[in-house]
Design a binder for this molecule. Structure first.
Ligand SMILES: Nc1ncnc2c1ncn2[C@@H]1O[C@H](COP(=O)(O)OP(=O)(O)OP(=O)(O)O)[C@@H](O)[C@H]1O
Ligand SMILES: [Mg+2]
Length: 216
């Protein structure tokens, strides 16, 4: 008989898991820092993570994924390394923080894998998402902020391009369209923000969305 994998229930957790998605240079790190400051003012305990990375093993994997010396890294190896790094940071950092009631702000999460490897690398959105759900034991964000920006504007903000940032503009356009599609399919989880605005205006919109959607 065919048995479906059973994922543990992830609904009951005291903390909040908010992820930030978007292409290169759209302002993810800037907005995470601004939101972190606001939440700390409100007395929240905030934990931030960046992908790939956040644990010693995940940082080692990051060096392989983003290192310009690994130009021949195969697409499937790339997808599995992202999932492996994510598995490690969820198990060792995100899960314990959520269990302790913290707000976790993640600079990229599985939607990035679905957009970059699933859509833009053509590995299949459903397969890549399934890999990530297995890796994270089904951890789905409470809210995902997608910072939407024309990739030519975003790339112009990037100083020293890493292996993925160095890919052709055509790839970055595919990534943007992928994120828009993913966000469209899950409107209850996503907040889409026009990232061509000023950092302060973007931050206000993100904060308003969080206040209205989560009981923080
Ligand atoms: N709304 C904005 N308008 C103009 N410039 C911005 C805005 N937000 C961030 N920047 C600037 O653009 C650059 C990239 O921003 P940031 O590092 O936050 O983006 P990111 O999405 O984290 O990029 P990366 O994908 O490289 O990690 C920085 O120099 C930052 O100061
Ligand atoms: Mg960043």
């Amino acid at each position: 008989m065919n048995t479906l994998p059973v994922l543990p229930s992830r609904t009951a957790r005291p903390g909040y898991f908010i992820t930030f998605e978007g292409g290169e240079g759209v302002g993810k790190s800037t907005q995470i820092q601004l939101l972190k400051e606001k939440l700390i003012e409100l007395g929240k305990h905030v934990v931030t993570t960046r992908e790939p990375g956040g644990t010693p093993a995940a940082e080692a994997i990051r060096a392989v994924l983003l290192g310009n010396q690994y130009q021949d890294l195969s697409d499937r190896a790339e997808a599995m390394l992202f999932a492996a790094a994510r598995a490690d940071v969820v198990a060792n950092v995100v899960d314990p923080a959520l269990a302790a009631g913290s707000v976790v702000l993640a600079d990229r999460y599985f939607d990035s894998s679905v957009a970059y490897q699933g859509y833009a690398r053509n590995l299949g959105a459903a397969e890549v998402k399934a890999l990530s759900l297995w890796a994270t034991r089904g951890l789905i964000p409470d809210l995902t902020v997608f910072l939407d920006l024309d990739p030519t504007v975003g790339m112009a903000r990037v100083d020293q391009p890493d292996r993925l940032e160095s890919l052709a503009m055509e790839f970055h356009i595919k990534v943007r369209n992928a994120f828009l599609d993913i966000a469209n399919n899950e409107p209850e989880r996503f907040v889409v923000v026009d990232a061509s605005q000023s950092p302060a205006a973007i931050s206000e919109q993100i904060y308003a969305a969080i206040k209205s959607r989560l009981s923080l």
